[in-house]
Design a protein around this ligand. Structure first.
Ligand code: ATP
Ligand SMILES: O=C(O)[C@@H](O)C(=O)CO
Length: 431
């Protein structure tokens, strides 16, 4: 397999978001979970998205995992590496976007790295280096209450500089609007001035097409699905990838079995989606406190609840809670310990659901998805049609046993009826 584009994604939902964008742009794309085993038989692809669970781990660990993924992708011919981060730049002052970008820059020999989390289709735009979520700056959006990495500064030059060893510059919208040559010229000037990364403004998809054209000529970029769109357009236009229309129908073919969803995202979008799901399917609200203090009992009770209902249609099991409740649990047990306990609990529930015959599984939340997919030991996914912007259907690939269809939903993505829509596309209707 000879690749053109190698993507290192810092969480699993983000990886499927990016794989979705590339697939929509007709780039033959495969999503792997971690660096694939040498023995894993993979179909041909022009782009591979390696999913890591590296967003919230200590920076040294994230760097190590990302360098291993980079080496694997480069050994298979990838001429450009995209480090896929969250469109809301989820990270802390300790990392991991800065440390990983710095390390990949050295590994790829890049002089400067264009960085933009813009994803206009989902309302993420960057202007004068400041990230907006819809109509408000990042620090006024619900991301200020994120359970693991509250985002309190919208100025990405400052945010990235606090995490990086290098100096951070800006490619302003004026240059982006002037087109690919102006972007290249600004990046070169910033590199000459000693900047090792540059936040690139982008408000419309057209901006990202120009940025993608400039970035495709460099060894490395850091960004979200908007940058993926720009890179895909540049690679297809330059004849560097085989453009191929997707075969969406094949994704759900031959998949029967039960259907369920597990949610651990506490984003405003997911909380609303759970409330809406309650009107059309059975929903169980887990106790985060009990997942910390009596995990086996809480998991067993949840599975018993689900098993009594699955035959009648999809069910949803959610740990998700509002910021006040999450803060209380965190105050009592600590942020990391509470998050990990809930992830372990939801992963055990996903495993129990699959053991009970679930073959159509929706998971909400990046860390939550990572923990569940790891527990299920799924090595790779083929990418199918889109349920909502940034959320495709996925079909398991490369694993022994019966295939499954999954959806890994980024916390903030999807409309209010997301769960019902996902099940309908998976061929499992709700009442
Ligand atoms: N009730 C709760 N109390 C405390 N922590 C919780 C609770 N419910 C979930 N969590 C934790 O909150 C974190 C949510 O992160 P996750 O990445 O799954 O969602 P997200 O950040 O909304 O999604 P994404 O990363 O895709 O944007 C997880 O670590 C999860 O275990
Ligand atoms: O970019 C995004 O917002 C998502 O793909 C994501 O990474 C959420 O975890």
């Amino acid at each position: 397999m000879s690749l053109t584009l190698g993507v290192i994604a810092d969480d699993y939902t983000g990886a499927s978001d990016l794989a979705n964008t590339l697939t929509k742009e007709s780039v033959r794309t495969l999503q792997t979970i971690g660096v694939p085993d040498a023995a894993l038989a993979l179909p041909d692809a022009d782009a591979v998205v390696v999913s890591l669970k590296s967003r919230s781990v200590p920076a040294e660990e994230a760097v190590k995992m990302s360098l291993a993924a980079c080496a694997w992708l480069k050994a298979r011919g990838a001429s450009h590496i995209l480090f896929k981060v969250c469109s809301t730049f989820d990270s802390t002052d300790a990392g991991n976007i800065g440390p990983v970008t710095d390390a990949l820059r050295l590994a790829t020999g890049a002089a400067i790295v264009p960085v933009t989390p813009a994803f206009p289709e989902t309302g993420r735009t960057v202007f004068m280096g400041h990230l907006f979520v819809g109509t408000v700056p990042l620090n006024e959006s619900p991301l200020k209450d994120h359970p693991l990495n509250p985002m309190t500064d919208a100025d990405l030059r400052r945010v990235l500089a606090r995490q990086s060893t290098g100096r951070v510059g800006l490619v302003p919208l004026k240059d982006v609007a002037a087109g690919v040559d102006a972007i290249r010229a600004r990046l070169e000037a910033l590199a000459l001035d000693g900047r090792t990364a540059a936040i690139v403004d982008a408000v419309f998809d057209a901006d990202l097409v120009a940025i993608g054209a400039a970035a495709a000529g460099l060894p490395l970029s850091t960004g979200a699905s908007g940058l993926g769109l720009g890179l895909a357009r540049a690679l297809v236009a330059g004849g560097r990838v085989l453009s191929q229309a997707g075969d969406g129908g094949a994704i759900t073919q031959g998949i029967a079995g039960l259907a369920a969803a597990v949610a651990g995202s506490c984003s405003a979008a997911t909380l609303e989606q759970i409330a809406v799901a309650e009107r059309v399917m059975p929903v169980l609200r887990l106790s985060a406190e009990r997942l910390v203090t009596h995990p086996d009992e809480e998991v067993a009770d949840a599975l018993a609840w689900a098993k009594g209902r699955l035959a009648a249609g999809p069910v949803l099991i959610a740990a998700s809670d509002n910021p006040e409740q999450v803060a209380q649990v965190q105050a009592r047990f600590g942020r990391t310990a509470a998050g990990l306990a809930v992830e372990h609990g939801t992963a055990a529930i996903s495993q129990g659901l699959v053991a009970a015959g679930v073959r159509r599984l929706v998971i909400a939340g990046g860390e939550t998805s990572g923990a569940s997919v790891d527990r299920l030991g799924l090595p790779a996914f083929l990418v199918g049609p889109e349920i909502a912007p940034g959320v495709p259907l996925l079909r398991t690939a490369g694993q022994a046993g019966e295939p499954m269809v999954l959806a890994l939903k980024s916390g903030n993505f999807g409309g209010p009826d997301f769960f019902a829509r996902a099940f309908a596309l998976m061929g499992a209707g709700v009442a």
